[in-house]
Design a protein around this ligand. Sequence first.
Ligand code: SF4
Length: 367
Amino acid sequence: MSAYEKIATYETLDFAAFFASVTEDRIRYALIKPSINEEDFLCLLSPQAENYLEEMAQKAHKIALNQFGRTVVLYTPMYLANYCVNACTYCGYNSSNEIKRKKLSLEDAEKEALAIRNQGFRHIILLTGESRTHTPVSYIKDCISLIKKYFSSISIEIYPLEQQEYRQLIEAGADGLTIYQEVYNKDTYKTVHPKGPKSNYQYRLEAAERAAKSGIHSVSIGALLGLSPWRQEAFFTGLHGQYLQDNYPALELTLSTPRIRPHKGTETKIYEVTEKNLVQAMLAYKIFLPRAGINITTRESAEFRDNLIPLGVTKMSAAVSTQVGGHSIEDKSTSQFDIADGRTVEEIRCAIREKGYNPIFKDWEPF
Ligand code: SF4
């Protein structure tokens, strides 16, 4: 069974009826089990489980300490280009938006990489929009080859690739893939991805598996919370993660909980996701998939991010610019979306230490 088929088995589930049937005993039962199944996971995502957030937090905290200790890896994104052929209704880089488009030359990419390295970062994520014309695989490969000497870990957050294309980028020096399905609900997926290659739901969903088959070290997945009812989206994200862990045990899996942020351009229907909701999703992930890391981006406020640290956060972005060349180049592009935590790297490191955790720039490097 593929990840696509696994998720499809729950498509007809009446979530409202299931949630209405969840009792407090059922939630308590899920909380005392050493490991939980898919149904327990859904119970922990139910509205009734909001009354058990403290118990969930204690359990998640213990699991996180046991699996990851007290370290939080800091990383930053590096935008290579913002050309895009898609029309995602929640993104400032949407091809219908009249924005300043830009692509870093190899020289500029090295300058940007050095500026990021000089801030202390050893883990980065390279981003592009989806344009095989402006940013073909060969260009991304050249960038990786050029800058890998500066970093211990290079992840890519780009358009979905074929298995052999992932292989090429891994051989060039990439070791991580970040690919958010954005929304697992197929109908909403169609609505918010009205045109372009990204409208192919299944091809995107199966990208993480193609990268895993190519030998990638780590994969980060997630739903953009706010595009569809969050409890269902968190459930599907967990199922997707479970599928990847079951089939690729060596893969380092991270789950992200990005909430939609203000951006330039098209409006899209937003479902409310409160901070409390996000905490519940994160705790349920940790209890369901103890070995999975949790990533919290600068889409969230400084204070909120700091409070999440003891609940299982393993990765945090810092000093983020969502502009192409945002770390080094004066003639910047339009940003993809607004960030909420604008602290410096040093400020974030201090905040992590104050929580009793160790901020680190590097937790892995390839042989
Ligand atoms: S989310 Fe990605 S694919 Fe969609 S418009 Fe933005 S840059 Fe393009």
